[in-house]
Ligand binder design. Sequence first.
Ligand SMILES: Cc1cc2nc3c(=O)[nH]c(=O)nc-3n(C[C@H](O)[C@H](O)[C@H](O)COP(=O)(O)OP(=O)(O)OC[C@H]3O[C@@H](n4cnc5c(N)ncnc54)[C@H](O)[C@@H]3O)c2cc1C
Length: 456
Amino acid sequence: MASNHHRNLLLPVDNPTLPVWQTNPHPLHDHRSTEELPETCDVLIIGAGFAGVATVYNLVNGEDIGGTSELSVVILEARGACSGATGRNGGHVRPDHFGTIPTYAKRFGLKAAEEFAEYEIANFHAIKKLVRQQKIDCDLVVTRTCTAFTNQRTLDKYKPNYEMLAGLPYMDDFQFVIGEAAESISGVKGALACSSYTAASVFPYKFIMHLLDSALNTGHVNLQTHTPVIGISKAPDGTLVVKTERGFIHTKKVIHANNGYVAGLLPEYKHSIIPCKGICSHITVPEEKVAPLLTNSYIIATTDNGMDYLIPRPDGSIIVGGASHMFRADKHQWYNNTDDSILIEAVKDYYDGYMQRTFQGWEDSGAKVKELWTGVMGYSYDSLPHVGDVPERLNQMILAGFNGHGMPVIWLAAKGVAEMIRKGTAFEDVGLPKIMKTTMDRILAAKNGPEGGDIL
Ligand SMILES: Cc1cc2nc3c(=O)[nH]c(=O)nc-3n(C[C@H](O)[C@H](O)[C@H](O)COP(=O)(O)OP(=O)(O)OC[C@H]3O[C@@H](n4cnc5c(N)ncnc54)[C@H](O)[C@@H]3O)c2cc1C
């Protein structure tokens, strides 16, 4: 099992809180394809979350990027498979049209922002298609995602963003209602306005474990769980030597897909991708009670800079997280913090009674928190993920920095990275938004800019 002897390396802790998704571990959770580590491979992936697994899947199964591949791939995971952010998230596959997109529009222009918004929508459709084609049992539900505003100041901040983007074609799917009807349309008590568009919810752990299983079944992938990478060096023949406590692996290529922990092995990303904690809960309704059906997923903007996210599950239970406004000021509880073994003190009681106080008709539902957990995200200094060749490190690539928002971003990025590896295609030619390319300029801007950038 992974030890913490290398804590200065920014490794995941051994005893994380248990999210509802992982209460029935998949047979591959602690899997090792072979007893000993293989000595060599063509491509070595660090991290078995969405980014790592989607890259592996596309490397060995990606029919539409050049047929099946003969590459030998090793995936090293510090803990159990999918035990990081992906296995402990909110299950919301929601293009974020009003969080980061207006920031990108102001920084890079409307065209670049539109490209990113369309990219997130394309991810949503690609996931939907993948789940249907591969018959993945992962509770995918296509829904409307409703943003309900109960706070006037947040609504005032949001309206100009809406107006800025209103002419873009993807906004045809969008509805924005201000005034009295908002409360009955959204079902959220005290809603002053609400907006909605198409999104999905998913059981993230089941989704990823299915992809992992399918990749392993090709016979080209060796998975080694509980095997943290603790160093990377160059061999005289130009190959890379990856160090673990269980031995060394020689490889032609390394993919850093370890998100919040990336700076442990790539210290130049220390200011670019910062591990930040979030909290999430699972709320159930007792069998003898009935609660109103929620047909939307939600973002609920209750206070200044305060947002909760929520998805109803097909079994009638609820996943809800967020509440960062409650702990933001107390930096040590979440910022630059990788300890997902403990809850965030300031919000550990926040979800008690949440449904009763937030939704109409839930007052007597008896809804209660069943599981509560934390997770570590890779927050990006400039809000953008880092994807592509690591500057000045030959044969190393990165796919990390997905904030609290990887579900509608990672799939096509991983597919792009797999195409770059399989066909030698340049980043610019795999159809990814240009602004997510990792560059030395971005790394230096984070290093030389004010602490925390967009995060703080
Ligand atoms: C509480 C919470 C709620 C969230 N809700 C949502 C949501 O509803 N919708 C959404 O879009 N996003 C959400 N996110 C964000 C989303 O989960 C992430 O953006 C996404 O899962 C990142 O995937 P990843 O593969 O890059 O990282 P991870 O899933 O964290 O995978 C990285 C893996 O690398 C492993 N690792 C680390 N260091 C090493 C090492 N040295 N050697 C080997 N392995 C290593 C880790 O153990 C981990 O398994 C949420 C995140 C959290 C924590």
